[in-house]
Design a protein around this ligand. Sequence first.
Ligand SMILES: [Zn+2]
Length: 388
Amino acid sequence: MKEGNVLIFDTTLRDGEQVPGASLTKAEKIEIAKQLEKLNVDVIEAGFPISSPGDFDAVRAISEELTTPIIAGLCRAVKKDIESCAQALKKAKRGRIHTFIGTSDIHVKYITNSTREDILQRSVDAVKFAREFCDDVEYSAMDATRTDFEYLCRIVEETIKAGAGIINIPDSVGYSTPEEFGLLIKNLMNKVPNIDKAIISVHCHNDLGMATANSLSAVLNGARQVECTINGLGERAGNAAIEEIAMALKVRNDFYKTNTNINTKEIYATSKLLTKLTGLAVQANKAIVGQNAFAHASGIHQDAILKKEDTFGIMSPESIGLNGHSIVLTSRSGRHALKHRLKDLGYSIEESELTDIYKQFLDVADRKKEVFNDDLKLIMDRIGKVAR
Ligand SMILES: [Zn+2]
């Protein structure tokens, strides 16, 4: 692992799997975990072992099968949850117990029906108890962005003292904004005296469409682990998307000055596998992995990108494992794009022939929205051209 890189904590199999309709079989979870290993994520949160026998089983199986990434299991700050999690992780080469409890007043009052002092004590006890099973313990202050700041500082300081090596600051309800969330991380870094003993992690939800921006703002202010999911899958509007975090840090390395360990060439394959197994389609204009993310429809853009990729592309499709830009042939496409496609199909066209072919192409394009390769082959047949 490269020193100083941001660690990617994948929670597709936990937060992502909580999405209605996304439930996966054990075999499917193992298949995804193996693909995540190829993607080279640092941590895989494989499930929430106490929540169901199926989840327990999946965490146990993934712990047994995988070798490289850390395998994390989620548990409430409750003894029986922690015990179950430790058991499920028993065979992991590197296991992590991830324990959490709500720390905002609204969670303290309505979810746990408790007090701040009691929640602080339960947090410390949970971390200490988890450390009896595992050296690698992560603590999450659920709803941190709506938690009183002074109280959050105490929680973070005390859970680090209790033995948590990773402290997660989740924006559980997707309420924060990039400036505010960055400042929260910065203030924690400055206020908590033992903060250098732990890695600060963030877990942002996308309710206002700011999960990726919030996560990156946290990175700028010292967070060194980002929790995210493939295709941004997750509760409600989802989580920060791995593909966006990884490519933003790669493409804008000049600005962020940090990177991830992600093998970005596996991004597209991972996204496709998730879509196939969950049945949840990715929106066509989704950043990085959407069907149109590397597609060009305007004639001016097509002409430019065929001359030089950088004109309308900030990253290469190959960098995420795709095979080139996709040029969508429509009535807005120019002669250059048409000639380029015909060449790809094996036809060599003289400049003198192109005018007539382009006219026939426009006839088809006016009738249909998109002109496909088969349409082009029909035109070529008609004028007696043979592909080589
Ligand atoms: Zn979440």
